[in-house]
Design a protein around this ligand. Structure first.
Ligand code: SAH
Ligand code: SF4
Length: 406
């Protein structure tokens, strides 16, 4: 274990932002996305006797996550009295959408409005849906802004940070299924995953999920629940910038697939790009990956590597990358840098990305660069907000959300 460097030791950017903006629960909370235990407690609050709670949770769960019920009155297996009591104390409110965009290739983006502090401005996060021939991937956010401040990332420059609740995390899947009409109709067969539009989840939108561990864990467990949304944990990938102590926890307490934002092959460069590296250097990060619970050749860790011109894109870097990952069951995703107003970084030239990727390919890693999708609507997570603020980065091919699916 290395001792973290004192934050004042260098002029380098700080590692973490403090403090977090608090979450203020609304007077009538929405049941959408709420974990089972919280739902049982909520039922207790309106007087449902303890011996009935399990069964009621089960019934409500089915209505919420298999049928996509939007009103308590649709829950016909519950008594009229219970439906009225529920409606009195709770809602089935979905996230409010500030903007929705649909690309010609079917990619969809939603800018979601979340309540801020009472009297304060609402917060905004993004959610992106990327359909492909054999799957549909939803990229969800875990924080408003981000606790960390990677120098190439637009989200990292935002001052304000608020953790999403578990309900707000799982609620993004409910919202996507609503908008896509992706619920099981009455009388339809449940759990036909191959027919589901949303079949895969990546936690790669705004925020660092392992700095909001409990809510992300509980939210993903709602998403994976086999009697509800039913998205298998093998189809859920969480991306982290390398919060080492929580990597093993993600394996044991969530059991999802892991993606790691590597971006550099030396500590010196990684400290500049991902300041968290000062706290958790490469050696510790790669050890945590090697020991990730459940890792195997069938369940590889994805290493993300953003291509920054003249910074980390030399062929020497490519060879060092391959050497560094030796022995770890890995996939490599090269992400073309998606520029934003004010950044000093540039995306590597396409020829350089190709040369870099040839070295990675020759080392046995298949198709390391993804084809950009949804270009016409800037479907990279982190870009919708900029687009609506008219801060366009439209011309670039970089779409980081694309690096994220298998
Ligand atoms: N905080 C987590 C997950 C969200 S970021 C993480 O860092 O892994 C998802 C991915 O997008 C990360 O690999 C991140 O490094 C990358 N990314 C951030 N800004 C980018 C940009 N402008 N262009 C390309 N990729 C970017
Ligand atoms: Fe946060 Fe990830 Fe952006 Fe880094 S890359 S600032 S960890 S969202």
């Amino acid at each position: 274990m290395t001792v973290p460097l004192a934050e004042t030791a260098t002029a380098a950017p700080f590692v973490e932002k403090q403090p977090l903006a608090p979450y203020e629960a609304p007077e009538r909370p929405s049941l959408v996305g709420m974990p089972r235990a919280a739902l049982a407690e909520a039922l207790g609050d309106i007087g449902v006797p303890e011996r009935q709670r399990r069964m009621r949770v089960q019934q409500i769960w089915h209505w919420l996550y298999v049928r996509g019920a939007q009103e308590f009155d649709a829950m016909t297996t519950l008594s009229k009295e219970l439906r009225a009591a529920l409606a009195n104390a709770f809602t089935l409110a979905r996230h409010e959408i500030a903007a929705e965009q649909v690309s010609v290739d079917g990619t969809r983006k939603w800018l979601i409005c979340l309540p801020g502090e009472i009297g304060g401005a609402p917060h905004e996060v993004e959610c992106v849906y990327i359909p492909e021939a054999d799957r549909g991937t939803l990229c969800i956010s875990s924080q408003v802004g981000c606790t960390l401040n990677c120098t190439f990332c637009h989200t990292g420059t935002q001052r304000l940070v608020r953790n999403l609740t578990a309900g707000e995390i799982a609620g993004q899947v409910v919202l996507a299924r609503d908008r896509l009409g992706d619920w099981t109709p009455a009388g339809g067969r449940e759990g036909e995953l191959e027919k589901r539009l949303v079949s895969n989840i990546v936690v790669m939108g705004m925020g660092e999920p392992l700095y909001n561990f409990e809510a992300v864990r509980d939210g993903l467990n709602v998403i994976a629940d086999g009697e509800g949304l039913s998205i298998s944990k093998r189809r859920i990938t969480l991306s982290t910038s390398g919060v080492v102590p929580n990597i093993a926890r993600a394996g044991t307490e969530i059991g999802c697939m892991l993606a790691v934002s590597l971006h550099a092959v030396t500590d010196e460069l990684r400290e500049q790009l991902v300041p968290l590296n000062r706290k958790y250097p490469l050696r510790e990060l790669l050890d945590a990956c090697r020991n990730y619970p459940g890792v195997s050749n069938a369940r590889r860790i994805t290493f993300e590597y953003v291509m920054l011109k003249g910074v980390n894109d030399s062929l020497t870097d490519a060879k060092a990358l391959v050497r560094l990952l030796k022995g770890i069951p890995a996939k490599i995703n090269l992400i073309p840098f998606n520029p934003w107003p004010g950044t000093t970084y540039e995306c590597s030239d396409w020829e350089q990305i190709e040369k870099f990727s040839e070295i990675v390919f020759a080392a046995g890693y298949a198709s390391p660069v993804r084809t950009p999708r949804g270009r016409d609507i800037l479907a990279a997570c982190g870009q919708l907000k900029s687009a609506t603020e008219k801060l366009s980065a439209r011309e670039r091919l970089a779409l980081r959300a694309m690096a994220l699916t298998d």
